[in-house]
Ligand binder design. Structure first.
Ligand code: PLP
Length: 374
Protein backbone atom coordinates (compact mmCIF):
# COMPACT_ATOMS: atom_id res chain seq x y z
CA UNK A 1 0.00 0.00 0.00
CA UNK A 2 1.19 3.53 -0.66
CA UNK A 3 2.09 6.00 2.07
CA UNK A 4 -1.02 7.97 1.13
CA UNK A 5 -3.21 4.92 1.69
CA UNK A 6 -1.48 4.12 4.97
CA UNK A 7 -1.93 7.68 6.18
CA UNK A 8 -5.60 7.61 5.20
CA UNK A 9 -6.17 4.40 7.18
CA UNK A 10 -4.18 5.72 10.15
CA UNK A 11 -6.43 8.77 10.24
CA UNK A 12 -9.57 6.65 9.94
CA UNK A 13 -8.38 4.46 12.82
CA UNK A 14 -7.61 7.55 14.90
CA UNK A 15 -11.03 9.17 14.45
CA UNK A 16 -12.97 5.89 14.41
CA UNK A 17 -15.33 4.47 11.83
CA UNK A 18 -18.16 6.78 12.90
CA UNK A 19 -16.37 9.84 11.56
CA UNK A 20 -16.27 10.36 7.80
CA UNK A 21 -13.02 11.61 6.28
CA UNK A 22 -13.20 14.29 3.64
CA UNK A 23 -9.74 13.80 2.14
CA UNK A 24 -8.49 17.18 0.99
CA UNK A 25 -6.84 17.03 -2.44
CA UNK A 26 -7.04 20.72 -3.29
CA UNK A 27 -4.13 22.65 -4.79
CA UNK A 28 -3.30 19.68 -6.99
CA UNK A 29 -3.26 17.41 -3.99
CA UNK A 30 -0.89 19.72 -2.09
CA UNK A 31 1.48 19.42 -5.04
CA UNK A 32 1.29 15.61 -5.14
CA UNK A 33 -1.18 15.44 -8.07
CA UNK A 34 -4.89 15.75 -7.34
CA UNK A 35 -6.10 13.14 -9.79
CA UNK A 36 -3.57 10.50 -8.79
CA UNK A 37 -4.18 11.15 -5.08
CA UNK A 38 -7.96 11.17 -5.53
CA UNK A 39 -7.86 7.87 -7.40
CA UNK A 40 -5.54 6.29 -4.82
CA UNK A 41 -7.68 7.53 -1.94
CA UNK A 42 -10.85 6.35 -3.61
CA UNK A 43 -9.37 2.90 -4.06
CA UNK A 44 -8.52 2.90 -0.33
CA UNK A 45 -12.15 3.59 0.46
CA UNK A 46 -12.35 7.38 0.68
CA UNK A 47 -15.97 8.44 0.23
CA UNK A 48 -15.36 12.19 0.22
CA UNK A 49 -12.72 14.41 -1.36
CA UNK A 50 -12.25 18.13 -0.75
CA UNK A 51 -11.17 20.48 -3.51
CA UNK A 52 -11.00 24.24 -3.81
CA UNK A 53 -13.57 24.95 -6.47
CA UNK A 54 -15.75 23.66 -9.29
CA UNK A 55 -12.80 23.58 -11.71
CA UNK A 56 -10.98 21.21 -9.33
CA UNK A 57 -14.10 19.08 -8.92
CA UNK A 58 -14.80 18.87 -12.64
CA UNK A 59 -11.20 17.81 -13.33
CA UNK A 60 -11.63 14.90 -10.91
CA UNK A 61 -14.95 13.91 -12.47
CA UNK A 62 -13.38 14.04 -15.95
CA UNK A 63 -10.74 11.62 -14.64
CA UNK A 64 -13.47 9.23 -13.57
CA UNK A 65 -13.51 9.94 -9.82
CA UNK A 66 -16.86 8.83 -8.40
CA UNK A 67 -16.47 9.83 -4.74
CA UNK A 68 -18.44 12.76 -3.36
CA UNK A 69 -16.56 16.01 -3.93
CA UNK A 70 -16.84 18.96 -1.56
CA UNK A 71 -16.09 22.38 -3.09
CA UNK A 72 -14.57 24.09 -0.08
CA UNK A 73 -14.04 27.62 -1.32
CA UNK A 74 -17.40 28.69 -2.68
CA UNK A 75 -18.72 29.08 -6.20
CA UNK A 76 -18.74 31.55 -9.06
CA UNK A 77 -21.88 32.51 -10.96
CA UNK A 78 -22.06 30.41 -14.09
CA UNK A 79 -20.72 27.25 -12.44
CA UNK A 80 -24.07 26.10 -11.05
CA UNK A 81 -25.11 23.88 -13.98
CA UNK A 82 -21.80 22.02 -13.91
CA UNK A 83 -22.05 21.62 -10.15
CA UNK A 84 -25.52 20.11 -10.32
CA UNK A 85 -24.79 18.08 -13.46
CA UNK A 86 -21.58 16.56 -12.10
CA UNK A 87 -22.84 15.94 -8.59
CA UNK A 88 -20.38 18.30 -6.93
CA UNK A 89 -21.21 19.46 -3.43
CA UNK A 90 -20.80 23.18 -2.90
CA UNK A 91 -20.01 24.93 0.33
CA UNK A 92 -22.41 27.85 0.58
CA UNK A 93 -22.80 30.84 2.87
CA UNK A 94 -24.41 33.65 0.90
CA UNK A 95 -28.06 34.12 -0.08
CA UNK A 96 -27.15 34.26 -3.77
CA UNK A 97 -25.44 30.89 -3.50
CA UNK A 98 -28.77 29.43 -2.42
CA UNK A 99 -30.81 31.28 -5.05
CA UNK A 100 -28.46 30.39 -7.90
CA UNK A 101 -28.10 26.74 -7.01
CA UNK A 102 -31.82 26.44 -6.31
CA UNK A 103 -32.58 27.59 -9.87
CA UNK A 104 -30.00 25.24 -11.40
CA UNK A 105 -31.31 22.26 -9.45
CA UNK A 106 -34.91 23.10 -10.36
CA UNK A 107 -33.97 23.18 -14.05
CA UNK A 108 -32.69 19.61 -13.72
CA UNK A 109 -35.53 18.60 -11.42
CA UNK A 110 -33.02 17.40 -8.88
CA UNK A 111 -32.24 18.01 -5.24
CA UNK A 112 -28.72 19.25 -4.61
CA UNK A 113 -27.01 18.49 -1.29
CA UNK A 114 -25.12 21.53 0.03
CA UNK A 115 -22.89 22.27 3.03
CA UNK A 116 -23.37 25.53 4.90
CA UNK A 117 -20.25 27.23 6.18
CA UNK A 118 -20.46 29.21 9.40
CA UNK A 119 -17.84 31.82 10.15
CA UNK A 120 -17.14 31.27 13.82
CA UNK A 121 -14.29 33.70 14.21
CA UNK A 122 -11.73 33.29 11.47
CA UNK A 123 -13.34 36.09 9.49
CA UNK A 124 -12.51 34.59 6.14
CA UNK A 125 -15.14 32.44 4.44
CA UNK A 126 -18.54 31.55 5.82
CA UNK A 127 -21.62 33.32 7.09
CA UNK A 128 -21.22 35.65 10.03
CA UNK A 129 -23.60 34.99 12.96
CA UNK A 130 -25.90 37.90 12.04
CA UNK A 131 -26.57 36.20 8.68
CA UNK A 132 -27.38 32.78 10.16
CA UNK A 133 -31.15 33.30 10.76
CA UNK A 134 -31.85 34.41 7.17
CA UNK A 135 -29.80 31.54 5.71
CA UNK A 136 -31.60 29.07 7.97
CA UNK A 137 -34.94 30.37 6.78
CA UNK A 138 -33.92 30.18 3.14
CA UNK A 139 -32.59 26.66 3.51
CA UNK A 140 -35.57 25.49 5.53
CA UNK A 141 -37.84 26.79 2.76
CA UNK A 142 -35.78 25.41 -0.11
CA UNK A 143 -37.29 22.69 -2.28
CA UNK A 144 -34.24 21.98 -4.40
CA UNK A 145 -31.41 22.14 -1.88
CA UNK A 146 -30.93 19.77 1.01
CA UNK A 147 -28.66 20.83 3.84
CA UNK A 148 -26.47 17.76 4.09
CA UNK A 149 -23.57 19.38 5.92
CA UNK A 150 -22.52 22.28 8.09
CA UNK A 151 -18.95 23.34 8.65
CA UNK A 152 -16.56 25.88 10.03
CA UNK A 153 -12.79 26.28 9.82
CA UNK A 154 -10.35 26.96 12.64
CA UNK A 155 -7.94 29.87 12.48
CA UNK A 156 -5.28 28.22 14.63
CA UNK A 157 -6.16 24.62 15.42
CA UNK A 158 -2.48 23.67 15.44
CA UNK A 159 -1.65 26.09 18.27
CA UNK A 160 -2.69 23.85 21.10
CA UNK A 161 -2.78 26.45 23.83
CA UNK A 162 -4.61 29.04 21.78
CA UNK A 163 -7.97 30.05 23.14
CA UNK A 164 -9.61 30.80 19.84
CA UNK A 165 -10.26 27.19 18.75
CA UNK A 166 -12.35 26.59 21.88
CA UNK A 167 -14.11 29.85 21.31
CA UNK A 168 -14.84 28.99 17.68
CA UNK A 169 -16.13 25.57 18.72
CA UNK A 170 -18.54 27.23 21.14
CA UNK A 171 -19.82 29.57 18.44
CA UNK A 172 -20.25 26.61 16.13
CA UNK A 173 -22.46 24.92 18.73
CA UNK A 174 -24.62 28.05 18.77
CA UNK A 175 -24.87 27.82 14.98
CA UNK A 176 -25.88 24.16 15.20
CA UNK A 177 -28.55 25.03 17.76
CA UNK A 178 -29.93 27.65 15.37
CA UNK A 179 -30.07 25.14 12.52
CA UNK A 180 -31.85 22.67 14.76
CA UNK A 181 -34.36 25.31 15.79
CA UNK A 182 -35.23 25.78 12.10
CA UNK A 183 -35.75 22.06 11.65
CA UNK A 184 -32.48 21.66 9.74
CA UNK A 185 -30.59 18.45 10.61
CA UNK A 186 -27.40 18.18 8.54
CA UNK A 187 -25.82 14.77 8.98
CA UNK A 188 -22.27 15.83 8.14
CA UNK A 189 -21.03 18.23 10.77
CA UNK A 190 -17.40 19.19 10.29
CA UNK A 191 -14.83 21.55 11.71
CA UNK A 192 -11.47 19.88 11.86
CA UNK A 193 -8.48 20.12 9.55
CA UNK A 194 -5.43 17.90 10.20
CA UNK A 195 -4.39 19.64 13.40
CA UNK A 196 -7.87 19.44 14.92
CA UNK A 197 -8.21 15.88 13.67
CA UNK A 198 -4.94 15.01 15.41
CA UNK A 199 -5.25 16.89 18.64
CA UNK A 200 -8.83 17.99 19.30
CA UNK A 201 -11.17 14.99 19.41
CA UNK A 202 -13.96 17.21 20.77
CA UNK A 203 -14.14 18.89 17.34
CA UNK A 204 -14.51 15.75 15.23
CA UNK A 205 -18.33 15.65 15.08
CA UNK A 206 -19.31 13.43 12.11
CA UNK A 207 -16.66 14.49 9.56
CA UNK A 208 -13.07 15.74 9.50
CA UNK A 209 -11.23 17.40 6.60
CA UNK A 210 -7.55 16.46 6.82
CA UNK A 211 -5.16 17.63 4.15
CA UNK A 212 -1.54 17.90 5.26
CA UNK A 213 -1.82 14.81 7.50
CA UNK A 214 -2.73 12.69 4.50
CA UNK A 215 0.52 13.74 2.92
CA UNK A 216 2.40 12.71 6.03
CA UNK A 217 2.81 15.84 8.10
CA UNK A 218 1.37 16.44 11.52
CA UNK A 219 1.53 19.93 12.95
CA UNK A 220 0.91 20.93 16.51
CA UNK A 221 2.78 23.44 18.61
CA UNK A 222 2.30 25.93 21.39
CA UNK A 223 1.95 29.69 21.15
CA UNK A 224 5.67 29.95 21.80
CA UNK A 225 6.31 27.83 18.71
CA UNK A 226 7.44 24.78 20.69
CA UNK A 227 6.32 21.39 19.34
CA UNK A 228 3.45 20.07 21.45
CA UNK A 229 2.94 16.50 22.53
CA UNK A 230 -0.11 15.10 20.79
CA UNK A 231 -1.39 11.67 19.94
CA UNK A 232 1.25 10.07 17.74
CA UNK A 233 -0.22 9.17 14.41
CA UNK A 234 1.88 6.85 12.28
CA UNK A 235 2.04 9.20 9.32
CA UNK A 236 4.80 9.15 6.77
CA UNK A 237 5.60 11.72 4.12
CA UNK A 238 4.13 10.74 0.79
CA UNK A 239 6.46 12.77 -1.36
CA UNK A 240 10.20 12.62 -1.96
CA UNK A 241 11.82 15.18 -4.22
CA UNK A 242 14.94 14.04 -5.96
CA UNK A 243 17.29 15.44 -8.55
CA UNK A 244 20.68 14.49 -9.98
CA UNK A 245 24.11 16.07 -10.02
CA UNK A 246 24.49 18.06 -13.23
CA UNK A 247 28.16 18.85 -12.87
CA UNK A 248 30.92 18.78 -10.23
CA UNK A 249 33.83 21.16 -9.98
CA UNK A 250 36.76 22.10 -7.80
CA UNK A 251 36.90 25.68 -6.58
CA UNK A 252 39.93 27.32 -4.97
CA UNK A 253 39.83 28.84 -1.47
CA UNK A 254 38.48 32.38 -1.33
CA UNK A 255 36.31 32.05 -4.44
CA UNK A 256 32.79 33.49 -4.54
CA UNK A 257 30.09 31.04 -5.64
CA UNK A 258 26.91 31.83 -7.54
CA UNK A 259 24.97 35.07 -8.13
CA UNK A 260 26.19 38.04 -6.11
CA UNK A 261 28.94 35.94 -4.58
CA UNK A 262 27.01 35.41 -1.36
CA UNK A 263 29.14 32.37 -0.45
CA UNK A 264 32.93 32.42 -0.38
CA UNK A 265 34.87 29.18 -0.04
CA UNK A 266 37.01 28.95 3.09
CA UNK A 267 39.21 26.23 1.64
CA UNK A 268 39.59 24.46 -1.65
CA UNK A 269 36.13 22.97 -2.20
CA UNK A 270 34.25 20.57 -4.40
CA UNK A 271 30.84 21.81 -5.40
CA UNK A 272 28.02 20.05 -7.21
CA UNK A 273 25.54 21.92 -9.33
CA UNK A 274 21.93 20.65 -9.28
CA UNK A 275 19.43 21.29 -12.07
CA UNK A 276 16.76 22.64 -9.74
CA UNK A 277 15.91 26.20 -8.82
CA UNK A 278 13.14 28.50 -7.79
CA UNK A 279 11.34 27.90 -11.11
CA UNK A 280 10.90 24.35 -9.84
CA UNK A 281 9.63 25.60 -6.51
CA UNK A 282 12.91 25.25 -4.62
CA UNK A 283 12.68 28.63 -2.90
CA UNK A 284 15.38 31.25 -3.22
CA UNK A 285 15.17 31.73 0.55
CA UNK A 286 16.93 28.37 0.85
CA UNK A 287 20.11 30.04 -0.45
CA UNK A 288 23.01 29.40 1.96
CA UNK A 289 20.57 27.77 4.39
CA UNK A 290 19.13 24.44 3.31
CA UNK A 291 20.82 21.08 2.97
CA UNK A 292 20.35 18.17 0.61
CA UNK A 293 21.35 14.53 0.93
CA UNK A 294 23.91 13.17 -1.50
CA UNK A 295 25.93 9.98 -1.16
CA UNK A 296 24.22 9.36 2.18
CA UNK A 297 25.55 12.64 3.63
CA UNK A 298 24.09 16.07 4.17
CA UNK A 299 25.49 18.71 1.84
CA UNK A 300 24.78 22.41 2.40
CA UNK A 301 23.31 24.68 -0.24
CA UNK A 302 25.94 27.32 -0.97
CA UNK A 303 25.31 30.61 -2.75
CA UNK A 304 22.05 31.81 -4.20
CA UNK A 305 19.45 29.40 -5.46
CA UNK A 306 18.81 30.60 -8.99
CA UNK A 307 15.97 30.00 -11.42
CA UNK A 308 17.20 26.66 -12.73
CA UNK A 309 20.22 25.78 -10.63
CA UNK A 310 21.32 25.21 -7.05
CA UNK A 311 24.86 24.68 -5.82
CA UNK A 312 25.82 22.40 -2.93
CA UNK A 313 29.16 21.88 -1.22
CA UNK A 314 30.18 18.22 -1.47
CA UNK A 315 33.80 18.61 -0.35
CA UNK A 316 33.22 16.12 2.49
CA UNK A 317 31.34 13.52 0.42
CA UNK A 318 33.58 11.14 -1.42
CA UNK A 319 33.08 10.20 -5.05
CA UNK A 320 30.19 12.50 -5.97
CA UNK A 321 29.80 12.29 -9.74
CA UNK A 322 27.59 13.55 -12.52
CA UNK A 323 24.21 11.81 -12.44
CA UNK A 324 24.30 10.91 -8.73
CA UNK A 325 20.95 11.08 -6.97
CA UNK A 326 20.38 14.04 -4.68
CA UNK A 327 17.51 14.18 -2.20
CA UNK A 328 15.93 17.59 -1.74
CA UNK A 329 13.03 16.24 0.34
CA UNK A 330 13.12 12.70 1.66
CA UNK A 331 15.34 10.28 3.51
CA UNK A 332 18.59 8.58 2.66
CA UNK A 333 18.23 4.91 1.79
CA UNK A 334 18.57 2.66 4.81
CA UNK A 335 18.30 -0.95 5.76
CA UNK A 336 15.39 -0.77 8.17
CA UNK A 337 11.80 -1.87 7.58
CA UNK A 338 10.86 1.38 5.95
CA UNK A 339 14.15 1.50 4.06
CA UNK A 340 14.82 5.02 5.23
CA UNK A 341 18.22 5.93 6.58
CA UNK A 342 19.23 8.31 9.32
CA UNK A 343 19.43 11.43 7.13
CA UNK A 344 16.17 13.23 6.44
CA UNK A 345 15.09 16.53 4.98
CA UNK A 346 11.39 17.24 5.12
CA UNK A 347 9.10 20.03 4.02
CA UNK A 348 8.93 21.34 7.59
CA UNK A 349 12.69 21.89 7.64
CA UNK A 350 12.65 23.69 4.29
CA UNK A 351 9.66 25.77 5.35
CA UNK A 352 11.46 26.87 8.50
CA UNK A 353 14.28 28.33 6.42
CA UNK A 354 11.75 30.25 4.38
CA UNK A 355 9.66 31.44 7.34
CA UNK A 356 6.85 29.51 5.78
CA UNK A 357 4.81 26.37 6.26
CA UNK A 358 5.27 22.91 4.74
CA UNK A 359 2.05 23.48 2.77
CA UNK A 360 3.73 26.22 0.72
CA UNK A 361 6.81 24.10 0.04
CA UNK A 362 4.72 21.12 -1.14
CA UNK A 363 2.22 23.13 -3.19
CA UNK A 364 5.04 25.19 -4.63
CA UNK A 365 6.80 22.32 -6.42
CA UNK A 366 6.14 23.47 -9.93
CA UNK A 367 4.56 21.59 -12.76
CA UNK A 368 7.83 21.17 -14.61
CA UNK A 369 8.99 18.74 -11.93
CA UNK A 370 7.83 15.33 -13.16
CA UNK A 371 5.76 13.40 -10.63
CA UNK A 372 6.56 9.70 -10.48
CA UNK A 373 4.10 7.40 -8.71
CA UNK A 374 5.11 4.07 -7.26
C1 PLP B 1 -11.66 24.63 4.74
C2 PLP B 1 -10.46 23.74 4.85
N1 PLP B 1 -10.62 22.54 5.42
C3 PLP B 1 -9.57 21.70 5.55
C4 PLP B 1 -8.32 22.06 5.12
C5 PLP B 1 -7.18 21.10 5.31
O1 PLP B 1 -6.25 21.65 6.18
P1 PLP B 1 -4.96 20.83 6.65
O2 PLP B 1 -4.15 20.63 5.43
O3 PLP B 1 -4.32 21.69 7.66
O4 PLP B 1 -5.46 19.55 7.18
C6 PLP B 1 -8.12 23.31 4.54
C7 PLP B 1 -6.78 23.70 4.11
O5 PLP B 1 -6.38 24.82 4.02
C8 PLP B 1 -9.23 24.18 4.40
O6 PLP B 1 -9.09 25.38 3.84
Amino acid sequence: MTALGENFHAIQKHVGSGVTICAVVKADGYGHGAIECAQALESEGAKWLGVTDAAGGLALRAAGVKARILLMTGIWKGEEDGIVGQNLTPTIWEPWHIETLERAARKRQSVLPVHLKLDTGMNRLGAAPEAWPRLCEMLAGSKQLSLEGVSTHFASAEVLDSADAAWQAKRFEEGLAMLWSHGLRPTLVHMGNSAAMTARPDTWKTMVRPGIALYGYSLAFTRGGEPAAVAELPLRPVLSWKTRVLTVKEVAAGEAVGYMGTFVTKARSRIAVLPVGYADGYPRLLSNRARVIVGGEYAPVVGRVSMDLTIVDVSHVSGVAVGDEVILIGASAGKGMDKSGDKKVDAVELARWCESVPYEILCGISQRVPRVYS
